[in-house]
Write a protein that binds this ligand. Structure first.
Ligand code: 5GP
Length: 186
């Protein structure tokens, strides 16, 4: 039976556990994870070229002009973008996962209608707030901004192809694995 390589776009509000889900999903198969470019400052523990490519605003704007991004967006005053060349090259041999926010994801769907948009949802809003506050990496003001943003992201869930609830990590990853397996055969 033949199968095709998928462009899998995962989004979800801050605090939904995207990072952990993506990490576990990647360990279940031969996926390429796209490393984004960003103009935001590096956080403690982040690694250049692994967490992001940390570049200047000037370089980012130049890359936009040169058509270097599959999608990009401005988010909390910083730019984030998916390097187009890496994704297109990887898609020739395997599935590619993008972990990006809603505006960029919808942009990616417009230029790549075959992309599969999946939104991770929190079990409920209270859990999301708790997770976000418990992270300890942001100030109160930043947490407030992220909560507002989370509301916005959730309000666009109907534009996604699939929504998967991240209640139990293993279950959530299993659901994603099964969904991807099915989609590869369509
Ligand atoms: P953070 O600053 O917390 O690392 O990321 C903020 C948001 O930017 C997250 O929702 C993350 O998924 C999103 N993001 C990361 N890389 C990209 C990208 O290449 N494009 C877009 N549109 N969003 C991204």
């Amino acid at each position: 039976m033949s199968s095709k390589n998928l462009l899998i776009v995962l989004s979800g509000p801050s605090g939904v556990g995207k990072g952990t889900v993506v990490k576990q999903l990647l360990s279940t198969g031969n996926y390429a994870l796209s490393v984004s470019c960003t103009t935001r400052k590096m956080r403690e523990g982040e690694v250049e070229g692994k967490s992001y490519f940390f570049i200047s605003k000037e370089k980012f704007l130049k890359d936009i002009e040169n058509g270097g991004f599959l999608e990009y967006s401005e988010h909390f005053g910083n730019y984030y973008g998916t390097p187009k060349k890496f994704v297109e090259e990887q898609l020739l041999s395997r599935d590619v996962v993008l972990e990006i926010e809603v505006d960029g994801a919808l942009q990616a769907k417009r230029s790549h209608p075959e992309a599969v948009l999946i939104m991770l949802l929190p079990p409920d809003e209270a859990t999301l707030k708790e997770r976000l506050k418990g992270r300890g990496t942001e100030t109160e003001e930043e947490i407030e901004k992220r909560l507002k943003r989370a509301e916005y992201e959730l309000s666009r869930k109907d534009e996604y192809d699939y929504c998967v609830v991240n209640d139990d990590l293993d279950e959530c990853v299993k659901k994603l694995e099964n969904l991807i397996k099915k989609l590869k055969l369509i």
